[in-house]
Design a protein. Structure first.
Length: 562
């Protein structure tokens, strides 16, 4: 076990572990309760569904992984002026680690609801605690602590569960059944058969081959939609555009529900660093941006239903109807469609065999850890590919950036091109395509062809990252709205008055900007025809849609009054 004093000294230099001033402690004490604590006392334990915010007045408290097990280890030590907990205390997730008093003293305790009221009233303290909690979440993910996911990385079910945990920024560790002998022994000790994998361990709870919904319920991520719900607006899709719409709608008093089939953040959450987003001169990771926005939307009262998949769109009794997988329905006066687009796949034989075992569509901390020390290849010439190249270039042995065109200038932001040119660990290969993948269970190389020289070459690459664009997620609309030849939703002035909406209302006015062929349904972000594929523009469209919703509702109420 680590030396507590050494761990504390290390954490003194970490931004995730600030010390509260005497005034801030007094403020918390006025809202909470002072308590004495004894050495050895367990303040909360991994897996606890609820726990309190605790600030240390005196004494020491250790944060422990695997409490009471042979693999127990100290993650951090809190002393005077520090506070316990991490992001789950804000979002309502169960706790992932245990807190044990090492040296008797005194703490200040606040319940979650009381804490949130204090943070709203005291912005400076709220910013300090939220920033620390975001940093701690990133630390836990980097350490690979939290939940334990046991299964084969080649299993589709294991890959699905891991993608869900990763996209939702849940700290976890994968115990590889194929290569970790301890994982197989752990399964036998738990009485779990191979066909029941993957399994997820959270404290004393065990889930056998859980669905995404079961994982969400375990982690308290899910505010399930109800058939009795009637909202002012339903936002379908929780990428930057959907999050922008949800934040602004909820903050302006609209009864708002945000629906997504996997996680908040959309494709932006898989970006390792967005450097051209307004207000973040040092850049911001897509996942952190999504976390902050989701917390913001929740604070304003938006209900977030994740994972819930929209499978149909209808119109009944004056309400738009969103049909969810499983048959539930949500009714709304207006709808914002922000479903984005899905990743395109390379047309290379055997690609599906390596997906999750060497072929990836995101370059997050999890993938970087899996590829550390190896050479990797990236296919794509857009900003997503450029961001991935910069991120992986600092974390892998070599990055081969493969581009079909003659250069990057036409499709990638200049700041990324400049960084790629200056990074010696990135090799840019233009006019190059992947023609073959190699490996048995996992990827161990690929063959590329230089189209200009008509020469093929095998590259040593243990991972292939694919960023070649995406197709709109509009199949579920089933011809309910007008789309262009590529499936993107047509809005605003691009619509002609001859396009009557399937709801039967017709339209005696020009479409509002961002409004689809059906009055009261708006499309924002990547799913909209003609959209600018940038995070900032997507957030802006989400905010703009809320202004248009107010305009639409005012017109609707005026028509009813007449």
């Amino acid at each position: 076990m680590a030396d507590p004093e050494a761990v504390e000294a290390l954490f003194d230099r970490d931004a995730g572990f600030p010390r509260l001033s005497a005034d801030q402690l007094d403020l918390l004490a006025a809202a909470g309760e002072r308590r004495t604590v004894d050495a050895g006392q367990v303040l909360f334990q991994a897996g606890d569904a609820t726990y309190e915010f605790l600030a240390v007045v005196s004494g020491r408290v250790a944060i422990v992984e695997g409490l009471g097990t042979p693999t127990e280890r100290v993650i951090g030590v809190h002393s005077e002026g520090r506070f316990l907990g991490e992001l789950g205390l804000i979002t309502g997730e169960p706790v992932y680690l245990s807190a044990v008093v090492r040296e008797a003293g005194e703490v200040i305790a606040l319940g979650r609801d009381v804490l949130q009221r204090v943070l709203v009233v005291n912005q400076q303290l709220g910013d300090l605690i939220l920033s620390a909690y975001l940093a701690r979440r990133a630390l836990l993910i980097g350490l690979g602590t939290g939940l334990r996911l046991i299964g084969s990385p080649l299993s589709p079910q294991t890959r699905r569960a891991r993608e869900f945990l990763t996209r939702n920024r849940i700290p976890h560790r994968l115990l590889d059944l194929d290569n970790d002998p301890g994982a197989d022994g752990l399964l036998r000790g738990l009485g779990v058969g191979p066909r029941e994998t993957p399994i997820v361990l959270s404290g004393s709870q065990i889930l056998r081959n859980p669905s995404n919904v079961e994982l969400a319920d375990l982690l308290h991520l899910r505010t399930s939609a109800s058939g009795d719900d009637v909202c002012d607006t339903v936002v379908v899709g929780a990428g930057p555009a959907g999050l922008g719409a949800a934040v602004y709608a909820a903050s302006e008093g609209l009864a708002t529900m945000l629906i997504d089939s996997v996680a908040t953040g959309g494709q932006a959450s898989t970006s390792s660093r967005i450097e051209n987003y307004l207000g973040f001169p040092a850049g911001v990771s897509g996942s952190e941006l999504a976390e902050r926005a989701a917390i913001q939307a929740g604070r304003f009262g938006a209900r977030i239903a994740v994972p819930d998949r929209a499978v149909g769109l209808g119109y009944e009794d004056g309400y738009h109807v969103i049909v969810l997988d499983g048959g539930k329905q949500v009714r709304a006066r207006t709808v914002v469609l922000a479903t984005g687009a899905s990743y395109r796949r390379l047309g290379v034989a055997g690609l599906e065999h390596f997906e999750g075992g060497g072929v990836y569509y995101a370059a997050t901390q999890v993938e970087a850890q899996m590829c550390a020390g190896d050479a990797v290849a990236i296919v794509g010439a857009g900003n997503s590919a450029g961001q991935a190249a910069i991120y992986l270039g600092a974390r892998t042995r070599r990055v081969h950036l493969l581009v079909r065109g003659p250069d990057l200038a036409a499709s990638m932001s200049r700041y990324l091109v400049d960084q790629i040119e200056e990074e010696p660990n990135i090799e840019l290969r233009c006019r190059t395509e992947v023609v073959e993948l190699h490996g048995e269970r996992t990827l161990d190389g690929l063959t590329v062809v230089d189209k200009e020289l008509a020469q093929s070459e095998r590259l040593d690459a243990r991972a292939l990252f694919v960023f070649i664009g995406a197709d709109p997620c509009t199949e579920w609309l089933d011809d309910q709205l007008v789309v262009d030849d590529h499936g993107f939703i047509v809005t605003g002035q691009d619509l002609r008055l001859t396009h009557l909406d399937p709801a039967g209302e017709g339209r005696d006015r020009p479409s509002l900007p961002l409004e689809s062929s059906r009055p009261g349904i708006f499309a924002v972000g990547d799913v909209r025809a003609g959209s600018i594929k940038r995070v900032a523009s997507a957030v802006g469209e989400g905010a703009m849609a809320v202004r248009l919703i107010h305009q639409y509702l005012a017109q609707l109420e005026g028509a009813v009054a007449v």
